[in-house]
Design a protein around this ligand. Structure first.
Ligand SMILES: *[C@@H]1O[C@H](CO)[C@@H](O)[C@H](O)[C@H]1NC(C)=O
Ligand SMILES: *[C@@H]1O[C@H](CO)[C@@H](O)[C@H](O)[C@H]1NC(C)=O
Ligand SMILES: *[C@@H]1O[C@H](CO)[C@@H](O)[C@H](O)[C@H]1NC(C)=O
Length: 793
């Protein structure tokens, strides 16, 4: 390699030599490529200088050079110039286009100096190199295509075509290399962005950067280009879901995790850091109900939930990154609140009044009852109940109930009701509530005053003090207030032709009955009055009771001696035949007592006698009999004082004085009459006499009674008709028929037998019967009522 290419250079040196033959100090020129081997041939300098080889040593030929002596040497044997040391062009000449190593050749005897130079030609012996073999680039992903980035260029110390001719990079669609030449002909490489970068797609590129020189045998140098794509906040956070749907029970406690929202931001760093929040619009809605953790995206219960108030929440959430400017992602959270049976039914009574009159018919409307349960579904369906056995029921229409009566009411039975209304929902577990409705039954005058009995027997001792109260009648009215205010009055009536008001008066306020007069048993034994009790209601109600006033006997009458008759103040005269024997009935004292019972039971007693041995009086019958035969010695006139006394307490008595004359009458009759006494089948003259007197008295009484009854019946007729009785039998002898409930009276009047006392016939021993016909015909007639044997003996 050293010789062949050097041949043209040698020729050129030779030609120069020829031109410089004329010059003494001619200049010779050689050209050699660099990097020739040591000892490589450069030129035949002896020949080129026209010197004889044998003279060289003699003339002390040598190369004295600036620096040529370092790289070149001349062989004195053959005059050949060769390479002493390997020549590298680049350290000697750098980038100079022409590189020469000059030298001087000197000769002595004569001394001659020749100049010469060796041109070093460039050889492509250097590869392009980059500084440290790597190039780092940072390119924002936001950079637009077409942008160029200057690249560090490579170095190649060779010159000309051997220096860098081109740059290339490994293939990528994003980048290419553009080069340009500076004025100083330096090739500048630039990286051209062909396509938008996306850090999120590819965040870095490793490119092989190659510089190629233009030598015949090309040499290359490479470097790594590391392109880092810088993030640009070009991605908004994106939520996992467009809508999050979640349910939460309304009784979820505070802090319960409802859900987690999650957004992703493809950007990095601050551009990818996300803060969650509710959108401004929904912040108010969510406040105190839900919280959203700004970092974790946790949605928690933050306040009481109430299905009944809000059964779902639609909340917009947003995720904001921290880039600049920020980017925001949106989503929606749909939270359904699940109903829990947490509301008891509420009972509302819609009522104007809680009062109802007791005569309200069944079905009367009382009040509306509204039942509200704020839960929904079964939790909100309510059943309302009333207890059984009360006269009220509920009529239903959805959740509105009507309280109506189901039966008739009675204030006097139950005057008020406390109705416990129980409302229960159908949730599970079901909730219930109750409310008591207070119903007041108002009074209606539906009760007449009531006497405890329909008939009262009032016993009044005769000779009572006028004006004293004899009885208190009480009628009760279970109604209220005015309806229960009772006043008393007599039903107009007559007693013995006189109005009741002349006998009795009644305190209308408290029913106390006062006697206005003193009663006389002997005149009026009993009478009947009707008392009416009225309340003050509208309309008023009344009822009446019968009061039997029974006058009780008092021993206020002394016995009256009926026979023998005598002038008051004088003595009764009786005769006694002298022949009368022992036991002869002289006379029988007859006395009556207007009182009754024991008060009328009469005893006889001899209190005085001129000869106590002669006469006796029987205690019960009042017979005066002789105790012995009358003696001649006996005085002709005997005076007896007989005490007649009744059995009352204290007893009343009267006395009769009798003068008994002894008459001189035959004893036959006397004997007969004495036998007559022993045999009651015969009557003595005295007895006949007595019977006549008795009969006369009886007839006289009878007539008086008939007269009295006739008058009375005339007066009573209207009253009797008023009683509407078909037949009214007023039988004073037989009390059982007409006077019911008079046992006391009967006992008072019925004494054990009073022996043989002959009683004065009394009016009550006769019956006066009034039939309706008689009332109509205004005609009275006597008719025995019952057996006439009821008469006392
Ligand atoms: C250098 O290269 C150019 C173009 O390739 C060519 O025309 C020229 O002759 C070359 N020079 C040498 C000294 O090879
Ligand atoms: C009614 O309510 C009271 C308290 O409000 C409660 O004590 C009572 O048990 C309830 N009665 C019923 C029958 O539920
Ligand atoms: C009835 O009223 C009179 C007059 O106010 C009074 O004197 C009498 O005591 C009362 N009787 C009774 C039983 O209250």
């Amino acid at each position: 390699m050293a010789t062949l290419p050097s041949f043209p250079f040698n020729v050129f040196a030779f030609m120069l030599l020829i031109c410089e033959q004329d010059l003494i100090f001619g200049q010779i020129h050689y050209s050699i490529p660099e990097e020739m081997e040591q000892g490589a041939f450069v030129g035949n300098i002896a020949q080129d200088l026209g010197l004889n080889v044998r003279q060289l040593s003699a003339r002390k030929f040598r190369l004295s050079s600036d620096d040529g002596g370092r790289y070149l040497k001349v062989s004195l044997d053959n005059g050949i110039l060769s390479i002493r040391e390997r020549i590298d062009r680049e350290p000697i000449c750098g980038q100079a286009e022409i590189c020469t190593v000059s030298f001087k050749a000197t000769l002595e005897n004569p001394s001659e100096v020749y100049r010469g130079e060796v041109e070093i030609l460039d050889v492509n012996d250097n590869s392009p190199t980059f500084g440290d073999g790597s190039i780092a680039l940072q390119i924002s992903e936001a950079s637009a295509p077409g942008v160029r980035f200057r690249l560090e260029r490579a170095e190649d110390p060779d010159i000309g075509n051997n220096t860098i001719a081109a740059y290339t990079i490994s293939f990528t669609e994003y980048f290419s290399i553009k080069t340009r030449r500076t004025e100083s002909d330096v090739l500048i490489p630039e990286l051209l962005l062909d396509k938008s970068l996306d850090r999120e797609l590819q965040s870095s590129f490793q490119l092989l950067f190659t510089a190629t020189d233009g030598g015949t045998r090309q040499r290359t140098g490479t470097a790594q280009i590391l392109v880092t794509v810088l993030d640009f906040n070009d991605n908004a956070p994106v939520f996992d879901h467009d809508i999050y749907r979640v349910s939460v029970s309304e009784d979820a406690p505070h802090g319960t995790l409802v859900m987690i929202v999650k957004a992703n931001d493809l950007d990095e760093g601050l551009n990818g850091e996300i803060t969650y929040s509710f959108s401004d619009v929904d912040l108010r809605k969510a406040r105190n109900v839900f919280s959203l953790d700004p970092d974790s995206g946790e949605v928690r219960v933050d306040g009481p939930l109430d299905f009944e108030k809000t059964n779902s929440y639609s909340l917009d959430v947003q995720a904001v990154d921290h880039g600049s400017p920020t980017m925001t992602g949106h989503s929606n959270v749909l939270i359904k609140v699940i109903d829990v049976n947490d509301n008891a039914p509420e009972i509302k009574v819609i009522s104007a009044s809680n009062k109802i009159p007791e005569n309200a018919p069944p079905g009367t409307f009382l009040t509306f009852i509204d039942v509200v349960d704020r839960d929904s579904g079964e939790n909100g369906q309510v059943r309302c109940e009333l207890p059984k056995n009360i006269p009220f029921r509920l009529q239903t229409s959805s959740n509105l109930y009507k309280l109506v009566t189901s039966e008739t009411l009675d204030r006097e039975g139950i005057s008020e009701y406390r109705l416990p209304i129980l409302a229960r929902d159908l949730g599970s577990p079901s909730l219930s509530s109750n409310k008591t409705i207070h119903i007041i039954i108002t009074d209606v005058n539906d009760n007449a005053p009531r006497f405890a009995e329909s008939t009262y027997n009032v016993y009044v001792m005769e000779n009572n003090a006028p004006g004293a109260s004899i009885f208190v009648l009480t009628a009760l009215d279970p109604d209220l207030e005015q309806n229960s205010y009772v006043s008393y009055s007599f039903v107009d009536n007559f007693i013995q032709n006189l109005p009741v008001s002349t006998y009795l008066t009644i305190n209308s306020m408290n029913g106390t009955i006062y006697a206005l007069r003193s009663f006389d048993y002997e005149e009026l034994k009993n009478f009947q009055i009707q008392v009416q009790a009225r309340d003050a209601g509208v309309p008023l109600l009344s009822s009446s009771a019968t009061v039997n006033v029974i006058v009780l006997d008092q021993n206020d009458n002394a016995p009256v001696i009926v026979s023998p008759s005598y002038q008051s103040g004088s003595a009764a005269e009786e005769g006694l035949p002298r022949s009368a024997g022992q036991g002869y009935l002289v006379t029988k004292i007859m006395a009556t007592d207007a009182d009754s019972g024991q008060n009328a039971r009469i005893f006889y007693q001899m209190v005085k006698s001129t000869d106590p041995t002669l006469f006796t009086v029987t205690k019960n019958s009042g017979e005066i009999r002789t105790a012995r035969r009358i003696l001649q010695t006996d005085t002709p006139v005997h005076t007896l004082v007989i005490l007649v006394k009744d059995n009352g307490q204290p007893s009343q008595s009267s006395t009769v004085t009798m003068n008994i004359r002894v008459l001189e009458i035959s004893t036959e009759g006397i004997t007969e009459s004495s036998t007559l006494v022993k045999n009651p089948g015969y009557f003595s003259d005295l007895n006949v006499y007595l019977i006549i007197i008795f009969s006369c008295t009886s007839v006289a009484f009878l007539l008086i009674i008939v007269l009295l009854i006739g008058i009375k019946c005339k007066q009573d007729r209207s009253i009797i008709q008023g009683y509407n009785t078909p037949s009214y039998c007023y039988n004073r002898g037989d009390s059982q028929d007409t006077y019911k409930g008079r046992p006391a009276m009967e006992e008072t009047l019925r004494y054990p037998g009073t022996g043989r006392v002959v009683r004065v016939p009394e009016p009550h021993q006769y019956s006066v019967c009034l039939s309706p016909e008689s009332a109509k015909s205004d005609f009275l007639f006597l008719q025995p009522c019952g057996a006439p044997t009821s008469q006392a003996e």
